[in-house]
Ligand binder design. Structure first.
Ligand SMILES: [Cu+2]
Length: 211
């Protein structure tokens, strides 16, 4: 029996030396992860996506890119594609996979300035009546007149460094999404929630630090 205890003991000492003396529970996790290195990348992706879908539990805030004027029921927002390197710069204000929820009141007049800060490729922005489950080349119409950049297709969009300002009225309450139409972008995660609130709510819920 003793022989079976020697190897784990040596491993534990080695791990403790590498990890700077972590508690024993951490050593257990470290040794499990080390035993299955091939599983690590795939194991991390579902965990990230699961966290991304839970922005509804985040507090409603008004970041500096979102302004609501109650007197005129108008919203002004700035959305930047490729604001951060997240998802190969295929993000809106750093958000992907619906991990930011933008909420505007029903009937609000929205002024949305879209800027493409991704130096590598064009992006687009449209508000659509479909949340998640996109095809590689979505052709969904904008849910509100004017709520889409031009051009917008699987191949053409707003070029790097360019901006376009959209004006539309969020005329009907519902759960919508902000997507990019470029081939592969929305299906890989370049979309945010865009809710229109019958109760007059306005603000942003986010799981993205600093957004
Ligand atoms: Cu895109």
């Amino acid at each position: 029996m003793k022989r079976y205890w020697i190897l784990p003991a040596v491993l534990t000492v080695a791990l403790a030396a590498c990890g700077g003396g972590k508690p024993s529970s951490s050593q257990m996790q470290s040794s499990q992860a080390a035993a299955q290195p091939a599983n690590t990348p795939t194991a991390q992706q579902p965990a990230t996506q699961a966290a991304d879908t839970d922005a509804s539990s985040a507090p409603m805030t008004t970041p500096d890119w979102f302004h609501y004027d109650k007197a005129t029921n108008s919203v002004r927002m700035t959305i930047t594609a490729g604001l951060t390197p997240v998802l190969n710069h295929w993000n809106f204000n750093g958000g992907t996979h619906g991990n930011i929820i933008i909420t505007v009141p029903e009937g609000a007049k929205v002024t949305l300035t879209f800027t493409n800060a991704d130096s590598a490729m064009a992006h687009t922005l449209g508000i659509v009546d479909k949340v998640g489950g996109y095809s590689a080349t979505p052709t969904l119409p904008p849910v509100f007149k004017g709520a889409v950049t031009t051009p917008h297709s699987a191949a053409a969009g707003i070029n790097p460094g360019k901006s376009q300002t959209l004006h539309f009225t969020a005329s009907k309450a519902g759960n919508y999404a902000m997507i990019c139409y470029m081939a592969g972008h929305a299906v890989l995660g370049m979309w945010l929630h865009f809710d229109v609130s019958a109760a007059g709510k306005a603000g942003v819920q986010s799981l993205v630090a600093g957004s």
